[in-house]
Ligand binder design. Structure first.
Ligand code: F0G
Length: 459
């Protein structure tokens, strides 16, 4: 088996973590309504809830923070970020936003009208919800293999090009104000999209004069997969690959909390001057002036440095190597995961691990709760709690094709021994999986229910 890669850094500052007692974990869960989002973070031992905003910044990023220019308009920090943005993404215009969903909200508020269809390989939950909140209909056109956990297709995040074109023809291109692709595909296992597929996706959108946007939170990890898996790209630099990706698009939105390794930040970038004007107006109304977009100047500097670090060869080899190590160790111990390991996370196939629990009783939620109760580990359900919704016509519940628990790896935070501990807990859970029971929802809000729902155990 491939060993855990040595970290290309050493540790200069530490943050204590502790494992509270089984009894205290039980109490904490009851208080949280069995929703892991409602736990106090200090009651969590190994926190794999998300890789978003949880990375460790480097000494260069912290140094850049001290140079932050807090001028309201035209700060130096903005121009430093602009230069990095130009080099990597090359869009004519951009605004910083406080995080990814702010960019999604702005784009949706301008372009999505009731009845509009927005295709993607797979929308992540916030994009999905922002489109729905404006009366639009987000549609997923990822290849079918994305739903086959054991399929080892190297680009399982790819768009099904025929499905996309059929959808556009059926809907009428005039009802598709923009189209997306998410790289890597977070909702489907953190799986990458090939450059060839990105190019074909772009061609289809452009054939129908539909602007093409890339949700590029984890574009750097996607670039690394292209370099190591797609024939013809072995010798290209990661920056060249990134340039080639973004040349195909009319715009991009990014939660910089992922591959820019910052604790807060994002952007919305476009080529079209008129659209940029509308974006600026909306940003100023809700977020802040166009040269800071709801962030502090220092945040822009941390982002400018982090964008470059996130695209570094050695860093990405370690990053993707760590995820692969973790995935292989789970597989070795009989835990079903989406294969091959994705970029930022391992997705455990809770639907097959807990095959005795039906969709309606949330097997992913059940596994996530068990991991906390058993070992103080926090993952996140990506299954029916997050995505099941009633059919608008029949009212019948539509369940997602997979019931997953995502174990996301914060960047530069946990070491091999932390991951080995998680594997040991999985081994223990595996021994009594038949006794694990489902859950029922006691409360849910209208949108994004997984964040605040309350549950009760069904035993
Ligand atoms: N798009 C994708 C693919 C994401 O994974 C996320 C966030 C967003 C957009 C929204 O960005 O959180 O900065 O507003 N994903 C986090 C996660 C929350 O845990 O996967 P945000």
């Amino acid at each position: 088996m491939q060993p855990h890669p040595p970290e290309p850094f050493r540790i200069k500052m530490t943050e204590p973590i502790r494992l509270i007692s089984p009894q205290d974990r039980q109490e904490a869960m009851q208080k949280a309504g069995y929703n892991l989002f409602a736990l106090k973070a200090e009651d969590v031992y190994i926190d794999l809830l998300t890789d978003s905003g949880t990375g460790a910044m480097s000494q260069h990023q912290w140094a850049a923070i001290l140079e932050g220019d807090e001028s309201y308009a035209g700060a130096r920090s903005y121009y430093r970020l602009q230069q990095t943005m130009q080099e990597i993404f090359g869009f004519e215009y951009f605004v910083p936003t406080h995080q990814g969903r702010a960019a999604e909200n702005i784009l949706s508020s301008i372009l999505v009208k009731p009845g509009a269809i927005i295709p993607s390989n797979m929308h992540f939950d916030t994009t999905d919800a922002n489109i729905r909140a404006r009366g639009g209909d987000p549609e997923n056109c990822v290849i079918q293999e994305a739903f086959i956990a054991q399929s080892t297709n190297p680009f399982k995040g790819n768009m099904d090009i025929d499905k996309l074109e059929t959808l556009i023809q059926k809907t009428g291109p005039e009802n598709v104000p923009f189209g997306c692709i998410t790289i890597t595909n977070n909702a489907g296992g953190g799986q990458p999209v090939s450059l060839q597929n990105i190019r074909e996706t772009s061609q289809i959108y452009h054939k129908y004069h539909i602007p093409f946007f890339i949700d590029c939170c984890r574009y750097a990890e996607n670039c690394y997969f292209i370099k190591t898996r797609e024939p013809g790209y072995e010798k290209k630099s990661l920056l060249e690959i990134a340039n080639e990706i973004f040349q195909t698009a009319d715009g991009a939105f990014m939660s910089a909390k992922k591959d820019a390794i910052v604790n807060i930040g994002g952007f919305l970038a476009v080529r079209d001057a008129e659209l940029f004007q509308k974006i600026s107006n909306e940003l100023i109304l809700r977020e802040g002036f166009i040269t800071y977009g709801g962030l502090a100047g220092r945040d822009l500097d941390a982002m400018a440095v982090g964008l470059r670090e996130g695209l570094d060869d050695e860093y990405l080899a370690y990053r993707i190597g760590q995820t692969a190590y973790f995935g292989n160790r789970l597989l070795e111990n009989g835990i079903p995961i989406i294969e091959p390991a994705g970029g930022h996370a391992i997705y455990v196939d809770a639907g097959s691990f807990l095959a005795h629990i039906p969709h309606s009783e949330f097997p992913g939620q059940a596994l996530a709760a068990t991991l906390y109760l058993e070992g103080g580990i926090r993952g996140v359900e990506i299954g029916s709690v997050m995505f099941a919704h009633p059919d608008p016509q029949s009212g019948e519940m539509i369940y997602p094709q997979m019931e997953l628990v995502r174990l996301a790896l914060p960047r530069r935070v946990y070491t091999q021994s932390h991951l080995d501990y998680v594997v040991e807990i999985f081994k223990k859970v595996g021994q009594h999986r038949q006794d694990i029971h489902g859950y029922r929802i006691l409360y849910e809000p209208q949108f994004l229910r997984h964040f605040t729902a309350k549950f009760t155990p069904l035993a």
